[in-house]
Design a protein around this ligand. Structure first.
Ligand SMILES: [Zn+2]
Ligand SMILES: [Zn+2]
Length: 889
């Protein structure tokens, strides 16, 4: 939808869309900016320019328009006090990790808290009406501006003021009146300073007018009135109109403090620490001038570096001031901002990684580390985390609880980065030599080596990060998520009654509603359909085998083998009870292992995905490193303790909003639940999840859980494979038998080895005796040696390499008319060794070559000594016959 078109339409009828009661009561006049033409409302009859173009823009820096000064946390107290006084409920912030939407990784606006997706529609669910919320929002698209512009943050607090117009809530007139009184009464800003600018908002199929409010060029908030849907011209009024007023808390603090940047009044005592480390005075006239220039120019240029250059010139900054003050200040603000964002994200269960939203977090920590090393700062990150949390904990007490977790994760991640630097540097050099890589190559570098394009840019291996990189990367990951579902013409069919959520009979009668080839739809079923990582039930319908069950919207389709009943038949159905019982045990075990892993490893553990079949199951959890044996044992022990304690597994239905308020967003371990009534499965207070699967009645029913294997399957995700119930006992038994068998085999092997060694020792002792006998002209047939005078041949398996080498060598050394040929097995090959005395008439090389070629290998040497061999054991007899005849004649 074209926003400009809508704005034009709305501004052509201001009385209908913008002229609120307050404007009439107070005598606001509507004006059109003499520079850009935009319409605005002001009490100052002489004003000709809109706030963006005005002469007063950013004049609050150094000269705030309020008599009182409020920093970040104090400013929220003022806002909260005002709205609560005016009948609003103050709601705690929602997590910054947006677990209730599968189209967003992070919460990007306060209104997102209350949006739930039902099919393709967005619905609003407010826990109170009207309400106000200090919602921390994460936005990463302006990362390059953070620390530089004085007002861009990677996370900020959006003051959300939300109302649904009904007997409790209000609409435009009261909203604008409240916002105006917040500025004037509560913050003491002069009436003439407040300017409202006409604008519109459009998104997700709905739109409406909005009034942005400014004080001295700084946009403090935007009151959006979402009231229409459809295309402009054919639009209709929404059933559920919503007020979405979002204001920047950081800006409220800034306007009352008048500091050079918004950063100066929003990070609490952490700034002082950083100022001292760098050794600069934050209260300098130079900084005030410089950041005022930046603030004024930022919206007029696309290139940030151009804005910087201009501000340096206009503020009269010298080169030395730039390197000694401005650059370190920018770095310091970046560190404080990025660290604050990481604290919120990790507290809410996100992990830095290469996947999904974790990518932005890793990027930020790497920017912190790079800044620290670039500026050569001596900083203790733990100490900075403490400063942030100590400052924020009054407003956000949950940060205090996760303090140590945040420190641990950042430490692991920083160490990992340091370790990967050498590898990344080498790789970057190669990339630089090869020339500019394609986007696909960049994706490979990133996915296989964790090398970000930003890093490559930093080390000058590439010039620019291609704009298609991130979209292509996210497309790749997106398409993995989608599952191909065969479309069936099910539109006309009624919803299947799900007996597995009721009495769950394992034998039941049902009516055949529809048949497609080998698939059948019943009026009701106890067959659990594949869903939430749980594999489907098997069994029989009308005597035919059920091999698969799938759910298409609310209709359950059974796939049969061997035949199919007729439409209209009433059929006997039977669920395979053993399979169901095994799957149910495995399913409930995922809940137990998930919570056990969290208690052993840390609060960042979430279910990433799960798979539950009859004889095996797996749970993928979010965790930063591979698990060691000790951790696996602790998790398994904790899980089996829960089984031993035999807790009841309770299933209750809640209204979604109630469930979220009561249990928090931890309930969404298995992802978003697109229904209004949520099925909550709880094991005491140890594990509470929204889940549609089948569960045991008591944890003791599972009997035993064994973790069979763990593996780090991707960055930030660890897989635990496990078995439970009867399969766990079978597994234990098999393991025992296996280790017993291994032990026996090892003993047998040892004995055999010992026997062989003894034989060989005996043989070795015999060498001098044999030689003496051969040279004396005796026949040695009885000792497995064929000899014709002094020419000897051995093919017995009782003599090893050592024997052959030594016997042959010594024999020939004693008598140069003697010769020796031995054939024996050495591992997979059959070897031949030949020694021939000068006067023996035997050619060692010829024999070795000939025999080796029979065995399919090769041989070599000279007339006196040669050896060789081959792997064709089937030719062993032929080789023996040939060798024997060649040496003995
Ligand atoms: Zn203007
Ligand atoms: Zn479950």
């Amino acid at each position: 939808m074209d926003k400009n078109q809508i704005l034009k339409e709305f501004s052509s009828d201001p009385d209908k869309y913008y002229n609120v009661k307050l404007f009439q009561e107070q005598g606001f006049v509507r004006k059109s900016c003499s520079k850009c033409g935009r319409f605005f409302w002001t009490l100052d009859a002489d004003r000709t320019l809109c706030p963006d173009d005005g002469t007063d823009t950013y004049s609050f820096i150094g000269e705030p328009p309020t008599s009182k000064r409020f920093d970040y946390t104090q400013a929220w107290k003022q806002v909260e006090e005002f709205f609560v006084k005016n009948n609003h409920t103050s709601v705690s912030r929602y997590p910054v990790v947006c677990r209730w939407r599968d189209d967003l990784y992070f919460t990007i606006a306060s209104i997102v808290d209350f949006q739930r997706i039902m099919g393709s529609k967005v619905v609003f669910e407010f826990p109170a009406n009207p309400l106000v919320v200090p919602q921390t929002c994460l936005r990463f698209k302006d990362l390059e501006n953070v620390g530089v512009t004085g007002r861009h943050f990677s996370s900020f607090c959006m003051i959300g003021q939300h109302s649904v117009p009904n007997n409790q809530g209000y609409w435009k007139d009261e909203c604008v009146d409240l916002d105006y009184r917040l500025l004037t009464d509560q913050f003491g800003i002069k009436k003439e300073e407040v300017v409202f600018v006409e604008d519109v908002w459009a998104g997700g199929g709905s739109f409406g007018p909005s009034l942005e409010y400014f004080v001295r060029g700084l946009e403090l908030g935007n009151a959006v009135f979402t009231e229409f849907q459809g295309e402009l011209g054919q639009h209709t009024t929404l059933d559920q109109r919503v007020i979405d007023m979002g204001a920047g808390l950081e800006r409220f603090a800034w306007i009352t403090m008048g500091t050079p940047t918004a950063y100066d009044c929003c990070f609490g005592p952490i700034n002082e620490k950083l100022y001292n480390t760098i050794g600069i005075d934050s209260d300098s006239e130079v900084l005030r001038k410089y950041f005022t220039e930046i603030a004024k120019e930022i919206d007029h240029y696309d290139d940030l570096n151009e804005v910087r250059r201009l501000a340096i010139k206009n503020a009269g900054i010298t080169d030395s001031q730039l390197t000694k003050m401005i650059t370190p200040m920018e770095g310091m603000y970046l560190i404080a901002d990025h660290l604050r964002t990481l604290i919120f994200a990790i507290t809410d269960g996100a992990l830095p990684s290469n996947v999904g939203g974790g990518y932005n977090l890793r990027m930020m920590l790497r920017r912190i580390n790079a800044t620290i090393s670039k500026l050569n700062l001596k900083l203790d990150i733990d100490d900075l985390i403490d400063s942030h949390i100590d400052y924020l904990k009054d407003t956000y007490p949950e940060l205090d609880e996760k303090r140590e977790d945040v420190k641990q994760i950042l430490k692991i991640e920083s160490t990992r980065y340091e370790e990967s630097k050498v590898h990344m540097k080498k790789k970057a050099e190669k990339i630089r030599e090869k020339g500019t890589p394609t986007v696909d190559e960049l994706i490979t570098f990133y996915e296989s080596d964790g090398i970000t394009p930003e890093y490559l840019k930093e080390v000058n291996a590439i010039e620019e990060v291609p704009s298609s990189f991130y979209s292509k990367l996210s497309d790749l990951h997106q398409s993995e998520k989608k599952k191909a579902i065969t479309e069936l013409p099910l539109e006309q069919l009624p919803e299947t009654e799900t007996l597995f959520y009721k009495d769950d009979p394992m034998e039941f009668e049902a009516k055949v509603i529809k048949v497609f080839d080998d698939q059948v739809v019943l009026d009701k079923t106890s067959f659990y359909a594949r869903g939430g990582g749980q594999e489907p039930d098997h069994g029989s319908i009308a005597g035919f085998e059920v091999v698969d069950v799938d759910k298409h919207a609310n209709i359950i389709v059974h796939k049969l083998k061997g035949g199919i009943p007729n439409e209209g038949d009433t059929v006997q159905c039977e669920v395979d009870i053993t399979r169901r019982s095994n799957i149910t045990k495995n399913h409930t075990s995922t809940h137990i292992i998930n919570t056990s892993a969290r208690s052993v490893l840390g609060s960042w553990v979430w279910q990433h995905s799960a798979f539950k079949d009859d004889d095996h199951a797996r749970l993928d959890i979010t965790h930063h490193s591979s698990l060691n044996d000790e951790q696996v044992k602790q998790i398994e022990d904790a899980a089996n303790k829960m089984i031993k304690d035999n807790y009841p597994v309770k299933i209750e239905y809640f209204d979604r909003g109630t469930a979220e308020q009561q249990y928090g967003f931890r309930i969404y371990q298995g992802g978003v639940v697109p229904v209004k009534s949520v099925r909550i499965v709880s094991i005491e207070d140890k594990d509470i999840e929204a889940c549609g699967g089948t569960h045991v009645k008591k944890t003791g029913d599972i009997e035993l859980i064994k973790i069979t294997k763990t593996k780090r399957i991707q960055d930030g995700v660890v897989r635990l494979e496990f078995v439970s119930g009867p399969n766990a006992f079978t597994y234990v038994k098999e393991k025992e038998e296996e280790s017993k068998k291994n032990e026996q085999q090892a003993i047998a092997k040892q004995q055999l080895e010992k026997q062989r060694e003894e034989n060989k020792d005996k043989a070795r002792e015999k060498i001098p005796v044999f030689i003496e006998k051969v040279l004396a002209g005796e026949s040695l047939e009885s000792e497995e040696i064929n000899n014709k005078g002094k020419l000897c041949f051995i093919s017995s398996g009782n003599y090893d390499d050592y024997f052959h080498q030594n016997f042959g060598k010594k024999l020939v050394a004693k008598d140069d008319s003697a010769a020796f040929c031995g054939i024996f097995e050495a591992g997979p090959t059959i070897r031949v060794i030949v020694f021939a005395g000068e006067k023996s008439g035997v050619n060692a090389g010829d024999i070795a070559k000939e025999i080796a070629s029979i065995l399919g290998g090769s041989g070599g040497g000279d007339t006196k000594f040669a050896q060789g061999g081959g792997k064709d054991t089937s030719k062993k007899d032929a080789a023996i016959q040939k060798a024997k005849s060649m040496i003995l004649g």
